[in-house]
Design a protein around this ligand. Structure first.
Ligand code: SF4
Length: 375
């Protein structure tokens, strides 16, 4: 068990504990600052919120009824908590509920431990642990949003309810916890998927005319096409193997329309958007819609905040934040569906890369959702 109370600065550096001075939890002088324990024989990392008072008193971690519950569940899978796992927390010091700054200050130690020890599975118990382990930068939401996903990082990171979520005997929470736990353990040792996308700047639309299924996506000057002056700026198409993106202009507009009214089965994320813009700006109705990844995300799991292609890219493929550079330009300054965004200020190469990624991810999400739905 690593007790940070007595170690020198050099050793702190080695462990990644370098931001204690700016972390308010230094004001808990009685806390021995417990970093981790367990031998990690099976290289499973269990991450909770913070050491308990009893942890502080005993100098060991995981002294609570919650951790006993975890221990029993692990034992039912022949996993010994202290022998086979490592135990850590989002912060190493006991105190008030950790805030995002505490978690950020203590995070280098957790990240360093992961880099040095290369776990084969990580279970994140509760929101503090989830926040500490995931690099999702947008609307983080609560544990309800994250629990149950198995998110590919260097290994699978599996958020589930934590100590604070068990206020009272709540059978629903218990059942979900057990389900998430089983699901997480099924990912033990599995290699996370490696998918990478090369977006070609090309308007070779004809290449896709004999493909059975193609995902397509528009980038536009706003949310709704109806106000005068709005236009589709770029378009991308993907069949999962090849992804192209191009600026829409007079050289390719008619060819795009030919694709849209063809028999090729089509996939989009929020297809009513592509349909509306096709009708108003291009004057055609899209033929042969096959799949909408947003609608299917909702059918498969009706929680809020999880249906966007960006969120799906993260929880399914570990692809994070590919839109962060350009997202501010795609949002109008006023909250009005007819307003104009600043898409014309985005460098063309960045816009097409982003646009292509959307189609590529949509195609892969479509394929995965079909399997999950049993089609
Ligand atoms: S929580 Fe971590 S960063 Fe903050 S004082 Fe304790 S050991 Fe240092």
């Amino acid at each position: 068990m690593q007790n940070l109370f007595d170690i020198d600065n050099g050793e702190r550096e080695n462990l990644g504990i370098t931001k204690c001075a700016s972390c308010g939890r230094l004001g808990s002088p009685d806390s021995p600052k417990l970093l981790h324990n367990g031998s990690g024989g099976k290289r499973i990392l269990l991450v909770g919120s913070q050491p308990t008072k009893k942890d502080d008193e005993t100098g060991t971690l995981a002294n609570s009824s919650f951790w006993t519950r975890v221990e029993l569940l692990l034992r039912s899978h022949n996993i010994h908590m202290l022998r086979d796992c490592w135990i850590m927390n989002s912060v190493a010091c006991h105190g008030a509920s950790p805030n995002p700054k505490h978690i950020e200050c203590c995070n280098p130690a957790l990240r360093k431990f992961i880099d040095d020890n290369n776990p084969r599975l990580i279970l994140a118990f509760g929101m503090d642990a989830t926040r500490a382990l995931l690099d999702w930068k947008k609307d983080f939401g609560g544990i309800q949003k994250w629990r149950g996903f198995t998110i590919p990082q260097s290994c699978y990171v599996c958020p589930m309810f934590g100590e604070l979520d068990f206020h009272e005997e709540n059978e629903a929470v218990n059942t979900l916890f057990r389900m998430d736990f089983e699901n997480a353990l099924s990912m033990y040792g599995m290699e996370p998927p490696q998918i990478s996308c090369k977006v070609e700047v090309s308007d070779d639309i004809e290449y896709f005319m004999d493909k059975p299924v193609v995902a397509f996506d528009y980038e536009t000057t706003g949310l709704k096409p109806d106000a005068s002056g709005h236009r589709i700026v770029s378009c991308s198409l993907s069949d999962g193997d090849r992804t192209i993106a191009f600026m829409l202009d007079n050289r390719n507009m008619e060819r795009l329309k030919t694709f849209l009214v063809s028999d090729v089965a089509k996939v989009a994320a929020n297809m009513k958007f592509e349909e509306a813009w096709s009708r108003v700006y291009l004057g055609v109705k899209v033929k042969n819609w096959l799949h909408d990844t947003m609608l299917m995300s909702h059918v498969l799991d009706n929680r809020r905040g999880i249906t966007s292609v960006k969120f799906q890219a993260y929880v399914r493929y570990g692809i994070s934040d590919y839109d962060s550079e350009i997202a501010p330009f795609l949002k109008a300054e006023v909250d009005n569906g007819n307003a104009f965004n600043r898409i014309d200020e985005i460098p063309v190469d960045k816009l097409l890369e982003y646009n292509g990624m959307d189609s590529f991810i949509e195609y892969h999400v479509y394929q995965d959702q079909m399997k999950e739905y049993g089609i």
